[in-house]
Design a protein around this ligand. Structure first.
Ligand SMILES: Cc1cc2nc3c(=O)[nH]c(=O)nc-3n(C[C@H](O)[C@H](O)[C@H](O)COP(=O)(O)O)c2cc1C
Length: 338
């Protein structure tokens, strides 16, 4: 799957990354994204440290070496538990372990982690220091955070958080450029309603030049990502747009973001590359829709895209469905003009 000639390096790859997304960026989604970009950094869904350490759910770490560069995102707030989980992640082959300081869901709040940690920067620093001490030197500990929560003043709290995480040894951070409101908004609303503040993230890069800063939130095209990179940010992290329109975001990323020679990857390339993957998955007892549910947006914006989605959605759930369903759906898509 992966090109052995490319030296994978999470630092370089983080110039463009696909955000961690629960229920979305599972290993099948990452396998698909890797067919579109050889280089962009991919994140796992958030895995709670408790599930790994207390629940023994090590299958949550499963991934294919071909997905690299891929980073593990952890959720938690107990330094020792996070340290142990980070060590487990490193042993499972991840070369980056990211701490979630941005997720506002109730379930996460009740465990006192995620975005609510923006109110406890000292604890965040303790967690990060414990994680860093637990992993080998080649494994990087990073953070994904918000600009603040509730009535915090982002211009005050964000520099404080960055200062402390830097003191804990972190060199790379992705900032979701909006607050999380911990009461009254659903997680979905918390990705839409609090206003985006891109200038603040740029200001943080200027104030912390030695930190590698990625901007996250509302970036919906490669052009928009490149504007932020050209303006001095080190990285851009894209979530929903990468999921819903993966070809548009990732197909040209290796050339446009990483300066690698073309040709760009097309949706057809990705489908062709996924067929053997799907064959292996289905013959190993997996269900087709577990993979194809992530492929619905591949042809977004192209004639036939709706028929592609409909075919896959209808047929992929049927018992025994296999790669032939994908081939039939592909025949619905009008070929690209030469
Ligand atoms: C379905 C879904 C699940 C998400 N799960 C996580 C998660 O597990 N960890 C996390 O840090 N952020 C999570 N997020 C937030 C995204 O990583 C990202 O910060 C957010 O969607 C804003 O970026 P975007 O506008 O490019 O989508 C999730 C977002 C979505 C849409």
């Amino acid at each position: 799957m992966a090109d052995k000639n490319i030296e994978y390096n999470v630092l370089n790859a983080s110039r463009l990354s696909v955000a961690p997304m629960m229920d979305w960026t599972d290993r099948h989604c990452r396998a698909l994204h890797r067919q579109l970009s050889r280089v962009a950094l991919l994140y796992t869904e958030m895995v709670t440290a408790a599930a790994l350490v207390r629940g023994g759910a090590t299958h949550l770490l499963d991934h294919d070496p071909g997905e690299h560069p891929v980073a593990l995102q952890l959720g938690g707030a107990d330094p020792q538990e996070l340290a142990q989980a980070a060590r487990m992640g490193a042993e499972a082959g991840y070369s980056e372990v990211n701490l979630n300081v941005g997720c506002p869901s109730d379930r996460v709040q009740s465990g006192t982690f995620g975005a609510v940690l923006m109110t406890r920067p000292g604890l965040v620093a303790d967690c990060l220091a414990a994680m860093a001490a637990a992993v080998p030197a080649g494994v990087e500990i990073t953070v994904k955070c918000r600009i603040g929560v509730d009535d915090q003043v982002p211009q005050e709290i964000l520099p404080d958080v960055l200062e402390r995480i830097r003191a804990a040894g972190v060199r790379r951070v992705a900032i979701h450029a909006r607050k999380a409101w911990l009461q009254g908004l659903s997680p979905k609303e918390n990705r839409e309603i609090p206003p985006l503040d891109y200038p603040l993230v740029h200001a943080m890069k200027a104030a912390f030049p030695d930190l590698h800063v990625s901007l996250n939130g509302g970036i919906d095209s490669l052009d928009a990502a490149l504007e932020h990179l050209d303006a001095g940010l080190d990285g851009v992290m894209i979530g929903r747009a990468a999921y819903h329109t993966p070809t548009e975001i990732l197909g040209a990323a290796d050339r446009r973001v990483f300066g690698r020679p073309g040709p760009d990857r097309t949706a057809e390339d990705a489908v062709a590359a996924m067929l053997p993957y799907i064959e292996r998955h289905v013959s190993g007892g997996g269900r087709l829709h577990q993979v194809t549910r992530h492929m619905l947006g591949l042809f977004a914006g192209r004639p036939g895209a709706r028929a592609w989605r409909r075919r896959l959605s209808e047929a992929a759930h049927r018992p025994g469905a296999g790669p032939e369903v994908v081939e039939t759906a592909l025949s619905e898509v009008v070929p690209r003009a030469a």
